[in-house]
Design a protein around this ligand. Structure first.
Ligand SMILES: Cc1cc2nc3c(=O)[nH]c(=O)nc-3n(C[C@H](O)[C@H](O)[C@H](O)COP(=O)(O)OP(=O)(O)OC[C@H]3O[C@@H](n4cnc5c(N)ncnc54)[C@H](O)[C@@H]3O)c2cc1C
Length: 367
């Protein structure tokens, strides 16, 4: 690997890393992205991109690169309880989009490369240290020097830990498992099926494909669950999928709850799940990551000019804190209800009688 210093090194080629690499390269910064997997990359995800995230993808010119057969419109959200009763509402504006992760990865990769970023997949960051002039990254393919490093290395971010920015998580451990099925989506709403101890949510990801993501807490499910055992907890959904062939391998993730002490230090900023994560229950991780990527990209020229002075990241930290708080508040509120089935049933029934209130809440959180 060449040791010529770059302005920005991005570690992690998930949606957050690829998006910020494209945005930074468009500002004529020299950018190298390191990703340990091969790209485009698949990952456990519900694949619903909410309106705020879609707006960022649109500004990046990525939406037009998503093939129609790899995506499905999301016009609203529907919660389905054990007895079949529902709470549903429309998303604001044109709504969201279910996008197969491989298609999103491919479109963002194109955007990053065509903006001029150098993307090195199958390259793992092993360690890093600060020198007087730059950040030195030791990878399994050699060394790289960068003025600023963006740590977009995911939920269990090795860089967050190595920087001493990790905050120990308190509370129950939640996990997720997803698989796709070949069937024509029966609705243009994201459906969230609720049961004591687990939730399942279904996203249209193409004209003949749905993605199903199961979420659970290890305090409430004793056995190590499989797609089959999880599906058995949701008879309405199991019936829908009875004849549908799987279209992907199951993929899992967790534990979800992760926090960082701050979003930036000297020469380094955390982005996406690396900066913190609460839960997949509200399907907002991608949107938060994309909105924050734009805020970080706006700070990068000054951060590079000032040799990584932490003050250059101030406006990014303010945006990240605001977006994370909003997301965390909603995720904790929905999780709190999911853990208390009796209270949740009461709230669902009450809100179902007030659809405007529910839509106002949706617009406030994902709009
Ligand atoms: C079950 C489930 C359902 C979800 N559903 C939704 C949903 O419907 N909508 C939504 O918006 N969000 C959803 N999310 C959350 C969403 O998937 C994440 O918020 C999103 O992937 C974050 O993107 P990221 O780029 O920060 O991290 P990631 O996508 O995890 O990317 C991090 C990358 O860093 C790489 N990496 C790590 N360490 C190194 C290293 N040392 N060197 C090089 N590369 C490295 C990894 O290989 C990985 O590719 C869901 C998550 C789960 C688990």
């Amino acid at each position: 690997m060449s040791s010529a210093p770059v302005d920005v090194a991005v570690v992690g080629g998930g949606p957050a890393g690829l998006a910020v690499a494209a945005m930074a390269a468009r500002q004529r910064l020299s950018v190298t992205l390191l990703e340990r997997a091969s790209l485009p990359h698949d990952k456990a995800c519900g694949e619903g991109v909410m309106p705020a995230g879609l707006a960022v993808l649109d500004r990046l010119g990525v939406l037009s690169r998503i093939p129609r057969e790899e995506s499905g419109p999301i016009r609203g959200v529907r919660y389905v309880q054990e007895d079949g009763s529902c709470l549903e509402g429309a998303l604001p504006g044109a709504g969201g989009l279910g996008i197969r992760r491989t298609a999103l990865s491919s479109a963002l990769l194109d955007a990053a490369r065509s903006a001029g970023a150098e993307v090195r997949d199958r390259t793992t960051l092993r360690s890093h240290r600060r020198t007087a002039e730059a950040m030195m990254l030791e990878t399994d393919a050699g060394q790289l020097y960068a003025g600023v490093v963006v740590a977009a290395d995911g939920l269990h971010s090795p860089l967050r830990r190595a920087e001493g920015l990790e905050v120990p998580a308190r509370g129950g451990r939640r996990f997720g498992l997803r698989q796709h099925f070949l069937t024509v989506p029966w609705t243009d709403r994201v459906e969230v099926y609720l049961s004591p101890g687990a939730e399942a949510y279904v996203t249209p990801c193409g004209p003949s494909r749905v993605g199903v993501a199961f979420l659970w807490s290890d305090r409430q499910l004793e056995e190590r669950p499989s797609i089959t055992s999880l599906l058995a907890r949701f008879p309405f959904l199991a019936r829908r999928l009875a004849q549908a062939e799987p279209d992907s391998e199951p993929r899992g993730a967790g534990p979800f709850l992760q926090r960082a002490r701050s979003w930036a230090t000297e020469r380094l900023a955390l982005l996406g799940d690396a900066g913190g994560y609460v839960d997949a229950i509200t399907g907002e991780g991608l949107s938060v990551a994309l909105v924050c990527a734009e805020a970080l990209a706006a700070c990068l020229p000054e951060a590079v000019r000032s040799a990584g002075d932490v003050r250059a990241f101030r406006s990014y930290e303010a945006t990240a804190r605001r977006e994370f708080r909003k997301y965390a508040w909603t995720a904790r509120a929905v999780l709190g209800l999911a853990r208390r089935p009796r209270l949740r049933r009461g709230v669902v029934v009450t809100l179902a009688r007030r659809p405007r209130t529910f839509e106002w809440l949706l617009a406030r959180t994902v709009g």
